[in-house]
Design a protein around this ligand. Structure first.
Ligand code: PLP
Length: 384
């Protein structure tokens, strides 16, 4: 038993206790406190190895185990079929905007790439792909402020496309595909490539529809510096001759993501995040919680009589990134400053769209959303 603290000692201990805020950052983003505590506890001596994960060889048995476990946990959580490879790569999701075409564009002689642009991130993918193939917009909301998902029934899909690209959740604009399109039902045999950086592991994935899913980890899966690629086996082996070996999916799969030194510590943290997610009941459980969290926040916005507004079509609203605007720039600045002081951090919207944005990924507890909603009510009462 600890001796009771003197008032002075209690004050000193309190001053040393970490001050944790509710962090609504779009990425890198909040992580569960238990994950950070475990990483801290294992920092100096990883499970009796006498070294930190930061210091150990990627060829060591301990790291081999970390890597194998991370892959297996991801397979379990996302119900990834055996016909898909799981790759851990570097270069982020933006790197994949080039790495995907370098690996897939030569599947068909016409080098056709069909892209669906629904926001900032798919727009970036569309632009980068133009360096590698004959790129066409299958559909876009470029003229509509990216406020909805265009009905797949109206998409212009080319018969000979090497692949079709979409972004399942637009982190900046807050639009999300609630289901992935069934390309075969739309008359296309092309594989569907999905940038799921900001909603991976927040909901289930239909693997009969997606052929390649990639995601930078720093939104829903942990730290930056590691990119997860889940790719159907038949898409391997088509890389352009100029594709760097380290970005060639077939080589990466053959080398079990260790052609070069992988980002060992981010992979370790990713593994801790996946184990946390399993402990929370897995993806179906977290999906339910994410729906409750986002429903709560959208109800607060829609119920504010126009003081807070979200421009996205209700059926296409993101459960991960909730952008909203206020009546004036001055009120927006005031909201951000007062929220920050109240322990609600990083609520400013992306510079390209302004306003506010609450990113409420898997690791954002329901209490964080409750605190934000209470703050919004109070702010409106004082300034509305
Ligand atoms: C954050 C994000 C990216 C960019 O990821 P990087 O790791 O910075 O390359 C790409 N796509 C989406 C959907 C994102 O949310």
């Amino acid at each position: 038993m600890n001796a009771p603290l003197t008032p002075q000692a209690a004050l000193a201990a309190d001053a040393l206790a970490p001050r944790r805020v509710f962090n609504f950052s779009p990425g890198p983003s909040t992580m569960p406190q238990s994950v950070l505590e475990q990483a801290a506890a294992e920092m100096l001596d990883y499970r009796g190895c006498g070294v930190s994960v930061l210091e150990m060889s990627h060829r060591s048995a301990a790291f081999e185990d970390i890597l194998a476990r991370a892959e297996q946990d991801l397979r379990d959580l996302l119900a990834i079929p055996a016909a898909f490879k799981v790759l851990f790569m570097q270069g982020g999701a933006i790197g994949q905007n080039a790495i995907v075409p370098m690996n897939l564009v030569a599947r068909r002689p016409g080098r056709a790439i069909d892209v669906v642009v629904t926001g900032e991130w798919s727009r970036k993918s569309w632009t980068e792909a133009q360096r590698y193939g004959d790129v066409a917009l299958a559909a876009s909301t470029l003229g509509a402020a990216h406020d909805h998902i265009p009905d797949p029934a109206g998409w212009a899909l080319r018969q000979d496309a090497s692949y079709v690209h979409l972004c399942s959740n637009e982190t900046v604009h807050g639009v999300e595909f609630q289901t992935l399109p069934d390309l075969r039902a739309l008359g296309s045999e092309a594989p569907l490539v999905v940038d799921a950086s900001s909603n991976i592991a927040s909901r289930t994935i239909d693997w009969t529809r997606a052929a390649l899913v990639f995601a930078g980890a720093q939104k829903n899966l942990g730290p930056s510096g590691i990119t997860v690629v889940i790719v159907r086996e038949d898409l391997l082996g088509h890389a352009l001759p100029t594709c760097p070996s380290v970005f060639d999916y077939r080589v990466t799969a053959e080398q079990r993501s260790m052609l070069n030194t992988p980002p060992t510590y981010p992979i370790y943290l990713l593994g801790l995040m996946l184990q946390w997610l399993k402990g929370e009941g897995g993806v179906p459980a977290i999906e339910q919680r994410n729906r409750a969290k986002s429903d709560r926040l959208y109800a607060a916005i829609d119920g504010s009589g126009g003081f807070y507004r979200n421009p996205v079509a209700p059926a296409d609203r993101s459960r991960m990134n909730v952008p909203f605007v206020m009546p004036s720039e001055a009120l927006t600045d005031r909201f951000v400053a007062e929220a920050e002081a109240a322990g609600l951090s990083s609520l400013r919207g992306h510079k390209s769209v302004g306003g506010l944005r609450a990113s409420i990924y898997n690791a954002m507890p329901e209490a964080g959303v409750e605190a934000l909603v209470a703050f919004m009510h109070d702010f409106q009462r004082r300034h509305g």
